[in-house]
Design a protein around this ligand. Sequence first.
Ligand SMILES: Cc1cc2nc3c(=O)[nH]c(=O)nc-3n(C[C@H](O)[C@H](O)[C@H](O)COP(=O)(O)OP(=O)(O)OC[C@H]3O[C@@H](n4cnc5c(N)ncnc54)[C@H](O)[C@@H]3O)c2cc1C
Length: 399
Amino acid sequence: MALPPTFTPTRQAALARLEAYLPAAGRYGAERNFVRPGHDNVSRLSPWLQKRLIREEEVVAAVRARWSFEAVEKFVQEVHWRTYWKGWLEQRPAAWTRWQAAVPRRRDGLAGERRADWEAAREGRTGIDGFDDWARELVATGYLHNHARMWFASIWVFTLRLPWELGADFFHTHLLDADVASNTLSWRWVAGLQTAGKTYLARADNIAKYTDGRHRPAAHRLATEALALSEEPLPKVAAWVPAPAAAERGRAGLWLHPEDLSAEIGELADARIEAINAIWPAGMAREVGWAPAVEAWTRAALGDGAERAGRRFGAPVAAGETSDVAEAVAEWARVAGLDTVIAYRPFVGPWLAKGLAVEAALARVGVRMEWRRRAWDATHFPHATRGYFPFWERIRSAG
Ligand SMILES: Cc1cc2nc3c(=O)[nH]c(=O)nc-3n(C[C@H](O)[C@H](O)[C@H](O)COP(=O)(O)OP(=O)(O)OC[C@H]3O[C@@H](n4cnc5c(N)ncnc54)[C@H](O)[C@@H]3O)c2cc1C
């Protein structure tokens, strides 16, 4: 098994990892597909990026400052994959709600031998070399290399013939970077739902090559064809766009959630904030299905973000946990005498559901919610309408 990479849930640790990775970033294009113990040939920044303990634009700026664009183009492109998936899901949120609804149905639908296969897959007891190691690595470390994620998903769907939704659920339970957009849409891509008819088939020789021979699954154990799954087309909606910032906010507070934990940097850095709320919704991990390690990591990251925001804005931070985050934020806003609560709008997924409940509860006590969106997202998301490459070409040509 690979050595567990360490992921301390702070911005400081993210910056340190970025700094340590910069000398290797210029070799990313040539080396990124190798899955090696410790994973030093890739950035391992995803858990921090997913919480925005560090922001995409900082990472891109740092590699471009150190290397020529040609040397790091592939890396920059991969960072934009995250943006692309998020922008795409904003416009087709049904990909998330369908997956979410399917998970309990698929789970209940597994009986007898199929249920035993599903359990063996999650516990790394299939006997397929590589696959079993990745299942255990994921649970032990909260991280998997991208190529291992692709092989794992392909074997899950086409060799073990398990429902893709349950594979996505297994990843979403254990990944520290668990992201509704990147995870759900990548599983859909492997299964042939994302790019109609195009699937990803894991091959034994490819696994042996890119694991430097550490894993050599027997070729006859792996599926030799990958038939694409099909579905009803997903409805497309217009992505949410921010209203202009209010000219007069009155007394403003900040609601902090784990999808943007750098509130003190960028768009809101100069806002006048009287109070900060970073309260943790007690039932969230159970609702979403996170493993205890993912919950603990996310919660600690929220604490780190709140501490920095508190320092920057010179405002008191309400923390702790609550069974009803919407009512708790509304009561906090009322007691603090706030007119407006500002927040970065969460992306499609469980935090958006919480955010919309917070907005409704605030309205009941006469407090306005002001949703913001980072310029990075607002400029990139509208282009995520078709495939990745037209999206990337627009970004690349814009410089
Ligand atoms: C089945 C499957 C499920 C996945 N689930 C997630 C998930 O829940 N959360 C998540 O952040 N990524 C997910 N990915 C994408 C990718 O595997 C991870 O982002 C990447 O492996 C993280 O490692 P790294 O930080 O070392 O990446 P690097 O290779 O160093 O890339 C730098 C950054 O670019 C972004 N990135 C790189 N590749 C991708 C990609 N293919 N898609 C989206 N963003 C990318 C990440 O933010 C990453 O931190 C999934 C991929 C697959 C195939």
